[in-house]
Design a protein around this ligand. Sequence first.
Ligand code: NAD
Ligand code: TDX
Length: 342
Amino acid sequence: MSKKKVLVTGGAGFIGGNFVQYMVNKYPEYDIYNLDLLTYAGDLTKHREIENKENYHFVKADIADRNTILPLFEKEQFDYVVHFAAESHVDRSITEPEIFVRTNVLGTQVLLDAAKQIGIKKFLHVSTDEVYGELDFDPTTFFTEETPLQPNSPYSASKASSDLLVRAYHETFGLPINITRCSNNYGPYHFPEKLIPLTISRVLNDQKVPVYGNGGNIRDWLHVHDHCAAIDLVLHQGEVGEIYNVGGHNERTNLEVVKTIIKALGKSEDLIEFVQDRLGHDKRYAIDPTKLEKLGWKPTYTFETGIAQTIQWYLDHKDWWERIISGEYKKYFEKQYSLSKE
Ligand code: NAD
Ligand code: TDX
């Protein structure tokens, strides 16, 4: 019997990269194809330990390039698609929205056409809780799969648009799909433009940490390894056409997150600098994961165990993030933030 072929888009990024490693190691009987354009957020050095394995393959391609994607699907006849590739940073979507529409909306539509053309067994679209908009600070309210879509940033609007296209390909063409919507991920290989790795890397370098507004906005944190297990479960056991929220009841204010990291690294809270708030900054995200739990998912990390593991990982992999925060990232950082003297 021939091996099952799984196409993972965005497998050089943060979550897709962790998922590729998880799948290559867990399923030697599958061929895992990592398709990635290698934008600023893509990096293949993270795959040194798996890159020579027989069941790992890399394809450099743009998901929005129909002339490449359609023939690739015809040639490889993938069984499953797990779609992570996206522009993922909210702040960048505020300064440069256009690329978010091209990659997240058009790119998803090209993949859907390709998947339809070859009769894919399952198209799993990785989305975000940000498509639901924001919650207020009432701790008894949560996003469920029934919460109406009300995206507030160009990023979340582009993700919601892609979700609707995925749903429409299921309704119109019977494409076997799932959509997962997860809360904020953190863990190994998180790109240091995002709050947690940005804080760890800057605190380790005794640099100021920019906190937007008063730091009171709340995010629900999910360790990336728990997210990978959730996607594996939905891919294999998710009911076709269904949406599953992924989150682990780990709500923290941004200020709590930053202070936790500073304390763990034995540094001073004087490193915190309150800066101008993000435009349209969503107040609070919080996921109700009951539907996924009924399918059999349970997170293995609490925020405390997960953040300790993550901080240790950044201490052990300084070479990885130091290389990233030199180069193009430096220019981005200077443009995005104006901080007092470092
Ligand atoms: P990331 O920015 O770290 O990685 C994105 C990857 O996609 C990169 O490797 C990049 O090179 C690739 N890519 C970008 N444009 C491409 C294109 N046109 N063609 C092919 N590849 C392209 O993102 P992430 O944080 O790993 O997020 C992965 C997915 O999960 C995204 O769809 C995001 O919306 C979703 N998500 C992320 C989080 C989070 O907390 N990071 C939470 C919820 C949902
Ligand atoms: O410098 C900062 N200071 C700050 O206070 C940055 C980068 C962020 N923040 C705040 C904004 C948010 O309230 O921290 C919180 C987390 O910010 P990000 O790490 O940028 O994540 P967020 O905007 O919540 O979006 C993330 O989770 C949902 C991912 O980047 C998205 O791809 C995902 O869909």
